[in-house]
Design a protein around this ligand. Structure first.
Ligand SMILES: Cc1cc2nc3c(=O)[nH]c(=O)nc-3n(C[C@H](O)[C@H](O)[C@H](O)COP(=O)(O)OP(=O)(O)OC[C@H]3O[C@@H](n4cnc5c(N)ncnc54)[C@H](O)[C@@H]3O)c2cc1C
Ligand code: FES
Length: 292
């Protein structure tokens, strides 16, 4: 179990056990099964891993590094977007990614059969409350871990709904999830015109969403996480956010991923997003001190 006192206090209410942050993640080399563009600027990659790996907790990430000379100088963090064990016992890890810089652009040029070094699963994932419907709240292209979360919740027949917001259709995830789904676009090109806050307020006004019955699990741009966290101060939903910062080592050594947190047992002024996160209870994050 995770050492964090907040998680310890809700341990017996959780749908699945949380990983032990002091436990050792595995590492090895996997072969790419597919790596293709699925929408403008968006790629999907599947990597063969041993079937005995995992299963990762949704919200955890892997550090990936290509073995091709000239591509990757540093491993980079990517959320687990899917994981399954195939009939032959081998495992398939799926990630979705945007080629934004040198390493991720290099990754988009890797061909089927190329190899990548992986380390993981790493970090703390979502702590899902058993007795509450899960409202998955995603923003833009930051919904990768929510895809895997939805997959795990579906496998357990746990009640869930995805609320998905984005600026315009270019930032929209191209996959239609097979779970209840509402969407909002800021430019009104699709779904409700507005943001996820409009979707949440609509749901509350219609009596479909209630702080006593639902819990929120969010991933997306920091501005959105902050806005929903501030909004939630008036409602009190159990709320967990997945924070994306710039990671160096990805395993608690460099302190490059430190995020400001509010005091309390087990937290100083900063927490390491790669180890104590990337998922945090929203009320632990010091949003005023957070620099994007
Ligand atoms: C816990 C975690 C999970 C992540 N999961 C995913 C994922 O599932 N899919 C995915 O595509 N990316 C994900 N990322 C981001 C991914 O790690 C970065 O995009 C990647 O490290 C960029 O490396 P690079 O060398 O290509 O770019 P760099 O050369 O490092 O940066 C190039 C440009 O991209 C920008 N950039 C770097 N990191 C980010 C970021 N996190 N968000 C937005 N812009 C960034 C930089 O500011 C810079 O302008 C995740 C990051 C974290 C911390
Ligand atoms: S990325 Fe190095 S300590 Fe978190």
């Amino acid at each position: 179990m995770t050492a964090d006192p907040w998680y310890r206090s809700i341990e017996n209410q959780l749908l699945w056990p949380l990983p032990d942050p002091s436990g050792r993640a595995g590492r090895g080399r996997g072969r790419i099964q597919h790596n293709e563009q699925t929408a403008p600027g968006l790629w999907r990659l599947a990597l063969h891993l041993p079937g005995s790996w995992g299963p990762p907790v949704p919200g955890q990430f892997v550090q990936l590094q290509a073995t091709v000379p000239g591509f990757f100088r540093l491993p980079r963090p990517f959320s687990v977007a899917g994981w399954r064990v195939e009939d032959d016992g081998s495992g398939l890890l799926e990630i979705v990614y945007a080629p934004v810089g040198r390493e991720s652009q290099g990754m988009s040029r890797l061909e089927i059969g190329a190899e990548m070094d992986w380390t993981g699963p790493l970090g703390a994932g979502y702590a899902i409350l058993k007795n509450r419907r899960a409202l998955l709240v995603g923003g833009g292209r930051g919904v990768a871990p929510l895809l895997y979360l939805a997959q795990c919740l579906s496998d357990l027949n746990h009640s869930q709904c995805l609320l998905y917001g984005y600026r315009s259709h270019e930032e929209r995830w191209p996959v239609e999830p097979s779970i209840p789904f509402k969407e909002a676009s800021e430019d009104g090109s699709r779904g409700r015109k507005g943001t996820v806050l409009n979707l949440l307020n609509d749901g509350i006004d219609a009596g479909e969403i209630h702080p006593g019955r639902d819990a929120l699990y969010i991933c997306g741009p920091t501005a959105m996480l902050r806005a929903v966290s501030v909004w939630n101060e008036g409602f009190g939903f159990p709320l967990q956010v997945s924070l994306e910062t710039i990671f160096g080592c990805g395993c608690g050594l460099c302190a490059g991923c430190a995020v400001p947190v509010r005091g309390g047992e087990g937290y100083g002024a900063y927490a390491l997003a790669c180890r104590q996160g990337p998922v945090f209870p929203a009320e632990k994050v010091d949003w005023d001190g957070f620099v994007e």
